[in-house]
Design a protein around this ligand. Structure first.
Ligand SMILES: NC(=O)c1ccc[n+]([C@@H]2O[C@H](COP(=O)([O-])OP(=O)(O)OC[C@H]3O[C@@H](n4cnc5c(N)ncnc54)[C@H](OP(=O)(O)O)[C@@H]3O)[C@@H](O)[C@H]2O)c1
Length: 265
């Protein structure tokens, strides 16, 4: 079977971007980039399940998003590194809403250690969440998409997949994100008959993940970003809607780099 093609490829472009009638799930959907992606999908009309692992006020965040966007937004607890948990939560979302059309595998963590000093636990934690967690999310989504005959998977990778950040030392994070980009490419080919699979690779985005770093690092980064500023998570909203929607039906296996020019010089 060829890659899905809409019956009317000539539909008005604003119609192509609409997600009305779609059901989406976003891991790490209650904070930072995931929250911006969740808001974007909801604003485009999708019903959105926001997944979290430790955020205490996730149900309240979902309720507020629902009020602000006028669509159903509901919070679900699942740790992505737990294969059984993420699979049963995505299955439950699909059966509660009748389908699951879009999954954003966004949950991720960062840590910084000199490569020669990683303990097994520190190395494994990054891989468990960023790589294994992304794969368990993808596998659960892929099984649902295969049954439905159609679905759309988007990973949040990183520019760290294609460059080596300085001054911080983060070999595990960078390796995990490079693996996610290659995973997306593999799945886009394996699943071409029933799913599109793409990555968003953000540069420096102003979320909790960055706010913990010393000012000295941040000053150094600014000097390396042609845009000369951090990106607001909301500036990524359009990218997630684009990839999730019929505005990108021939796009699969791509890695959309959004970095204010950071990877160019
Ligand atoms: N910020 C950047 O500059 C940047 C740049 C490139 C890529 N990224 C990537 O973008 C993604 C989102 O990062 P962010 O900047 O938005 O960071 P963030 O604000 O720290 O959010 C991370 C999210 O991941 C979730 N999460 C963490 N561990 C989890 C686990 N074991 N199971 C399920 N969910 C888990 C968190 O949920 P809970 O709080 O509920 O645990 C949280 O919602 C990550 O994959 C990150 O690597 C970020």
């Amino acid at each position: 079977m060829p890659l899905y093609k809409p019956s009317n490829t000539n539909a008005h472009v604003t119609t192509q971007f609409s997600l009305k009638g779609k059901v989406a799930a976003v891991t790490g959907g209650v904070r930072g980039i995931g929250l911006a992606a969740s808001r974007a999908l909801a604003e485009a009309g999708a019903t959105v399940a926001i997944l979290y692992s430790s955020t205490k006020d996730a149900p309240e965040i979902a309720q507020q998003l629902s009020q602000e966007t006028g669509v159903t937004v509901k919070a679900y607890k699942a740790s992505v590194e737990n294969r059984g948990e993420i699979s049963s939560v995505l299955d439950a979302i699909a059966s509660e809403f009748g389908s699951l059309d879009i999954v954003v595998a966004n949950a991720g963590i960062a840590s910084h250690y000199p490569a020669e000093e990683y303990t097994e636990e520190q190395w494994r934690r990054i891989m468990d969440v960023n790589l294994d967690g992304a794969f368990w999310t993808a596998q659960a989504a892929g099984n649902i998409f295969k049954k439905q005959g159609r679905g759309n998977l988007i990973f949040t990778a990183s520019v760290s997949a294609i460059l080596v950040n300085v001054p911080q030392k983060q070999a595990a994070y960078n390796a995990s994100k490079a693996a996610v980009v290659q995973l997306a490419r593999c799945l886009s080919v394996e699943w071409v008959e029933f799913a599109r699979v793409n990555c968003v690779s953000p540069g420096f985005i102003a979320t909790d993940m960055l706010s913990v770093h010393p000012q000295e690092w941040r000053d150094k980064w600014f000097g390396m970003i042609p845009a000369n500023r951090l990106c607001d998570p909301a500036e990524l909203k359009g990218a997630y809607v684009f990839l999730a929607s019929d505005a990108s039906t021939y796009m699969t296996g791509a890695n959309l780099v959004i970095d204010g020019g950071y990877t160019l010089p």
